[in-house]
Design a protein around this ligand. Structure first.
Ligand code: MG
Length: 257
């Protein structure tokens, strides 16, 4: 709220009249314009993405398959064997076992993820079907049951958590399979560890553009927007255990570097 007031005041003083409408729209999308999890931030319009595919889409020939028939590409964050359930190509979070990460490390990727929130709806807001896809273990594309479930805009499904709400809410009903297609470019750091290129995301939710080449302010976090800290050029991808039995299937990526 304070941040937005300051930005509005600054714009008023330094000539908001000079800005084109598209600049204003971009400004209103910028994380700096809003406090983290600002409940005044508008929630995006709902767009019905159409029916869920009955079968997982086959990975392309050059894909690295991360989740096919088993969880052999994954470990828990501490390196221990995965305790999530796995049946018929579907992995399910076992609440309390912790998040999982890929054994392999990645930088720039095109990442395909299919997920479903629990068909039986329990709880509200952030406690309904919450998980997350963390690029490099730091930059979260939120997974949440956002079908008729209100929460802060920068925390709903397909948000870049705490920074960018999706352009639209393309959520399917709980229990239905949904897709994320994510294009991620890692941040770059100079020899002194200073960020010289921020992380960038483009995301499609159920085939609909929801993040259009946006630049992160730093790692995603709860109630916080921490600055960048230098890290390796490749790191594991993580899936979150947020106490909801969310399901995943058919996860693959193409390396872009
Ligand atoms: Mg989450």
């Amino acid at each position: 709220m304070i941040t937005r007031s300051l930005v509005t005041l600054t714009l008023a003083v330094f000539g908001i009249a000079l800005m084109a409408p598209s600049d204003l729209a971009a400004q209103a999308r910028a994380p700096v314009y809003w406090d983290v999890h600002d409940t005044d931030r508008p929630t995006p319009p709902v767009v019905d993405p159409g029916p869920a595919p009955t079968e997982p889409a086959p990975p392309p020939a050059d894909a690295v398959v991360l989740l096919g028939d088993d969880l052999s590409a994954w470990t828990h964050s501490d390196g221990s064997p995965v305790e999530w359930s796995m049946q018929n190509g579907v992995a399910e979070v076992v609440p309390g076992t912790g998040g999982i990460r890929t054994k392999q490390s990645f930088g720039d990727v095109q990442l395909h993820v299919e997920w479903a929130s629990p068909a039986e709806v329990q709880h509200d807001g952030q406690d309904r079907g919450n998980s997350g896809v963390f690029l490099m273990g730091r930059y979260e594309v939120q997974v949440l049951d956002s079908y008729e479930n209100t929460t802060y805009a920068d925390g709903q499904a397909a948000a870049l958590y705490g920074q960018y709400p999706p352009l639209v809410n393309a959520s399917r009903q709980p229990g239905e399979w949904q897709t994320y297609d994510i294009i991620f470019h890692r941040p770059h750091f100079d020899a002194n560890g200073h960020m010289v290129q921020p992380a960038r995301f483009t995301v499609f939710h159920n085939g609909i553009l929801v993040q259009d080449n946006v630049k992160l302010t730093g790692p995603t976090a709860h109630q916080n927007r921490p600055p960048y800290e230098a890290h390796p050029d490749a790191l594991p991808i993580q899936l979150q255990d947020h106490s909801s039995p969310v399901q995943f299937r058919n996860i693959w990526l193409r390396e872009l570097e």
